[in-house]
Design a protein around this ligand. Structure first.
Ligand SMILES: *Cc1c(COP(=O)(O)O)cnc(C)c1O
Length: 229
């Protein structure tokens, strides 16, 4: 069932891409496995899907311990500086950089591991008070600070759009993200450009793709509803 769900989302993704003149292969699905089991993940892994998004460091470490070593884990949840050390040796990408102090910590821990860690800047593009992320008007200058850190590789930006009844209401939020990326690239040198836009979840990934998303983070529509204790 999980694999069928994944294939279903993949089909929709490729259709929308084609309709808006993009290539389906330029948009990646990141299955979000938070609150789901190692067995659930294996159902996709056995079909060759090797990237997963997790929100909580402890849960990520527990799953990593029992799952194949070649899984590429991406941290999409809010990250506390004191937990960076635990994921720095292996994390494939951190989507949620939202402060310079967190960036400094990642830079320092990456250096200790002899790595350059790929990151995205989380932008609170919908301006919600309850959400983490840098404000949209600060995003470009924040990016110019992040790229100074030698052991971080800035790949682009991430956002979680506000919950809305009709996903088209988030069109401007997603379009703003695309513009932030364009504006950032216009200030960067030719040998350092950003190209990743992590945006779109179960309820709004279609609109996100139309507005330029390159990574959609889909949990519920692949793994089913999450149960929180
Ligand atoms: C949980 C989560 C998702 C997936 O949300 P769904 O609505 O279940 O697809 C995506 N991104 C982030 C940051 C999340 O926390």
């Amino acid at each position: 069932m999980i694999l069928e769900n994944y294939r279903h989302i993949e089909g929709i993704k490729n259709d929308i891409a084609e309709k808006c003149g993009r290539r389906g292969e330029d948009i990646r699905i990141l299955p979000v496995s938070k609150k789901k089991t190692a067995e659930d993940i294996m159902e996709l892994y056995n079909a060759g899907i090797k990237s997963f998004g997790e929100n909580y460091v402890q849960e990520l470490l527990e799953k990593k311990a029992v799952l194949p070593d070649d899984i590429e884990w991406e941290m999409i949840g809010h990250l506390q500086s004191n937990k960076v050390r635990m994921i720095a040796p292996f994390i494939h990408r951190i989507h949620s950089v939202d402060s310079l102090s967190l960036a400094d910590k990642i830079d320092k821990e990456a250096a200790k591991c002899g790595r350059r860690i790929p990151v995205l800047i989380e932008v609170n593009a919908g301006g919600e008070e309850t959400k983490f992320g840098v404000g949209p008007s600060d995003a470009v200058s924040f990016a110019m600070e992040i790229v100074k850190r030698p052991n971080i590789r800035l790949d682009g930006f991430m956002t979680s759009a506000p919950p809305v009844d009709d996903p088209s209401e988030n069109r401007d939020v997603f379009a703003k993200m695309k513009q932030i990326m364009i504006d950032t690239n216009s200030k960067l040198t030719d040998n350092y450009k950003v190209s990743v836009l992590s945006m779109g979840m179960s309820e709004d990934f279609e609109e996100a793709i139309r507005q330029g998303s390159t990574v959609i983070r889909v949990g519920t529509k692949i793994f089913g509803k999450r149960i929180y204790q």
